[in-house]
Design a protein around this ligand. Structure first.
Ligand code: NAD
Length: 739
């Protein structure tokens, strides 16, 4: 028998207290066992006359993060199994029956005839918030950690345990659709204003308030189960409905390019559900949910954005032999653009930070950046004045390296110059404890090369952040030739402490993410020089699922940096290593036109003061050929933009730069937004089949040249009928899922 998930106790007033407190876990999650147990509780509530009312709360710091998505992966496997044994129809039925269990359970709560109240502290998300929505009264704490919401769309699903149907009946349809499509985590005050919760109270009062409601004259019937219920926005087939639903479809298209079947199904569940009585509406929701659960997009997104990401966050790649490091104090040398951000995220995580720069003023400027960021959070109500003061109290500034003496880890973010970096390493090591770790945030210099300046190269590692540091969730941890396990483990422990996701990358040119990004931007540049209309390049990239087009992305990175990289590559590897057309384009833009990107408001786009950015009209003048858009093959253009990145990712696996396929997929989505619905570039290749991908790459190679040539590993996988996850999966689960 497994340990119980819920504790129950009946008091003298007939209130059954149900405390969700799963043994052996820090957070409550909906597992198959927990659902079965809750179902038994509901049976008791319905059958036991002594139970007059139910009060649900959590025994943990937070309420619950929602369903265990590996359970849903299990349902996807059930489909594959049933299909093999009993055929498609039987498999679809099995998935429908299995995946609607939670929805049916919540409906039993709602219609049990007895009032249910819930006290919510901390996060209450997904399936857990759907449980709260099924209750008759919700009290949330005003604690800063409290959030409610339905973030299922972020992993390729939608709320399928009644959440979609209930939300649609609780508010105006446009508000409901917006909430469901965004999948946001909502703070208590806003949740109250949206009537998602009935009351907000201090943390230690929520249970008392819920109890007070139960002891009053509670109504155990939801509005939609009462006679004469009217939808908040009126009937679907009405003037107001006509204003909402066609527009919702257009918004869906604009935001998703129709790449996300879950969001499309959710819109349908709302639209169809609002025209039906509650139980039928829930059945429709369940049918659509079962269909989405079987979609390749959901499988890929759950695997990469939930399972793999969680595994990496929990230290899947950490050397097991090294005991946990307790980081207390971190030094940051170079308090410029990146260093200031690193200082901020470190202090935000509760670490002591020493910011060092060439002058006191430069170091103070780095701290001022942290002050601005945390003050913005205070202004938005996301942090308190006390949080700000404590954070700033943890950051000290200095010019003298002696201040680094008791640091556990030092990260350098000085100028990208090997000489400057070597000097900094010498000075830092002279001040630092012998067992402390030195990390470089370099984007282009090999870590093994920098380590030559170190007396303790086994303590040197790369910690490569992406900008803006405070927003980007990915960090590449770079392992040099001599990097020791302790340095790697410390870097991973640090990334975990600042709540970002690490991928471990072998020391090599461009590491992982930048290699793929450079390939993506090159493709955009080449399309431009071929004569493809600039707007078309950008729009097709978004249609392919990228968050921004290659030209827009290059503007953010800076065009002069792009040119610098091309020239450095040429100097190191020779003229055949760069693309002449790209080099000429960047030279013209940077050196002739003075267009550097967003930073000087002039790049591929113009950035008018106070206005919206728009493509620079002069781009067309630079095109020697101008192709007629009606003659272009849009599918091929879209494919080029994704295939070039996926090929680069495949090469990093062959070269051993990436040794774990999960890292390529997670890194690509978090690092540069590779079409998330695909689950990442390797999942995308596996999803279409390695043989089909090789065929696609070869057809592009025939038309556009050697950059599309599939590498030997890909060809081998294709010939053997294998996939990346099939061959390289690190866990049993992935091997099964890939089968
Ligand atoms: P930056 O010019 O904004 O900051 C560099 C800082 O280092 C400056 O404040 C400078 O005064 C200080 N500095 C220089 N020499 C120093 C020395 N000897 N001792 C102490 N301080 C010194 O540059 P940045 O954009 O923050 O880049 C810093 C590093 O981060 C580089 O290695 C770069 O490749 C890497 N990086 C940059 C980005 C990015 O998007 N800018 C992204 C990832 C990594």
């Amino acid at each position: 028998m497994t340990d119980p998930s819920f504790r129950t106790e009946l008091d003298g007033d007939g209130i059954l207290s149900v405390v969700w407190d799963m043994a052996g876990r820090s957070m409550n999650v909906l597992t198959a066992e927990a659902i079965a147990e809750l179902s038994a509780v509901v049976d008791r509530v319905i059958s036991d006359d002594a139970v007059k009312a139910v009060l649900v709360s959590s025994g943990k710091k937070a309420f619950s993060g929602g369903a265990d998505l590996t359970m849903l992966e299990g349902i996807a496997r059930l489909y594959a199994r049933e299909k093999g044994q009993h055929g498609e129809a039987a498999a679809a039925k099995a998935v429908f029956e299995e995946s609607r269990q939670l929805s049916l359970l919540y409906r039993r709560i709602e219609t049990s005839g007895k009032p249910w109240a819930v006290a919510i502290n901390g996060v209450c998300l997904g399936g857990a918030f759907e449980l709260a929505l099924a209750c008759h009264y919700r009290v949330a704490s005003d604690d800063p950690s409290t959030r409610v919401g339905l973030p299922e769309v972020k992993v390729g699903l939608f709320p399928g345990a009644g959440g979609t149907t209930r939300i649609a009946r609780m508010m105006q349809p446009q508000d409901a659709l917006q909430m469901l499509m965004k999948g946001e985590q909502i703070r208590p005050d806003r949740a109250r204003a949206m009537r998602l919760v009935d009351e907000v109270a201090p943390k230690d009062e929520i249970v008392g308030r819920a109890r007070a409601w139960l002891l009053g004259a509670p109504k155990a019937v939801k509005p939609w189960d009462e006679k004469g219920f009217k939808l908040p926005g009126g009937p679907v087939w009405s003037k107001a409905g006509f204003m909402t639903f066609p527009a919702a479809n257009a918004i869906y298209r604009r935001e998703t390019q129709d790449n996300y079947p879950a969001i499309r199904a959710m819109l349908q569940a709302v639209f169809d559900g609002l025209q039906l009585p509650m139980d039928l509406a829930l059945t429709v929701e369940s049918r659509l949910f079962a269909k989405v659960l079987r979609s390749p997009e959901a499988a890929a997104m759950i695997r990469t954005l939930f399972v793999s990401m969680q595994e990496l966050n929990k230290g899947a790649r950490r050397p097991k032999s090294v005991p946990d490091t307790k980081l207390r104090k971190v030094g940051v040398v170079g308090a410029g653009f990146m260093g200031a951000g690193v200082g901020y995220v470190s202090a935000l995580a509760g670490l002591e930070v020493v910011l060092i720069d060439q002058t006191e003023e430069a170091a103070a400027k780095g701290k001022a950046f942290a002050q601005k960021l945390i003050s913005d959070q205070v202004a938005k109500g996301r942090a308190t004045g006390a949080d700000r003061d404590a954070l700033l109290g943890r950051i000290t500034t200095a010019q003298d390296y002696a201040a680094l003496a008791d640091c556990d880890l030092v990260i350098e973010a000085v100028f990208e110059d090997p000489g400057v970096k070597a000097e900094v390493i010498g000075k830092v090591e002279a001040a630092l404890r012998e067992d402390a770790i030195f990390a470089s945030n370099t984007s282009t210099l090999p870590i093994s090369g920098l380590a030559q300046a170190s007396k303790r190269p086994e303590n040197v590692v790369g910690i490569h952040f992406f900008s803006p540091v405070e927003k980007m969730m990915l960090v590449e941890v770079i392992v040099g030739k001599q990097t020791g396990d302790r340095a790697l483990a410390t870097a991973l422990d640090y990334v975990r402490a600042i709540k970002k996701t690490p991928i471990v990358v072998k020391d090599s040119r461009g590491f992982f993410a930048n290699r793929c990004v450079i390939a993506y931007m090159l493709e955009g540049h080449l399309m431009l020089t071929e004569g493809v209309p600039p707007a078309m390049i950008e729009n097709l990239a978004r249609q392919a699922g990228m968050p921004v087009g290659p030209l827009s992305l290059n503007d953010e990175v800076a065009l002069d940096l792009g040119l610098k990289i091309v020239r450095a590559t040429e100097a190191q590897l020779g003229p055949q290593a760069v693309n002449a057309a790209q080099k000429a384009l960047l030279e013209t833009l940077v050196e002739k036109e003075g267009r550097l990107g967003r930073k000087n408001r002039k790049g591929f786009y113009d950035y008018p003061e106070g206005g919206k950015k728009r493509l620079w009209p002069g781009l067309v003048e630079l095109q020697q050929t101008r192709l007629d858009p009606d003659t272009l093959e849009v599918a091929e253009l879209r494919n080029r933009l994704l295939v070039t990145q996926a090929l680069e990712a495949a090469r990093t696996v062959e070269e051993g730069v990436i040794t774990d396929v999960r890292e390529a997929d997670v890194g690509a989505i978090l690092g540069f937004g590779f079409a998330p619905f695909t689950g990442g570039p390797l999942s995308w290749i596996d999803g279409m089949g390695t043989a089909r991908f090789v065929e696609l790459a070869r057809s592009l190679e025939a038309r556009h040249g050697a950059r599309f040539r599939p590498n030997a590993l890909l060809v081998e996988l294709a010939e053997q009928g294998e996939t990346f996850y099939g061959r390289f999966a690190r866990t049993e689960e992935h091997a099964v899922a890939a089968a």
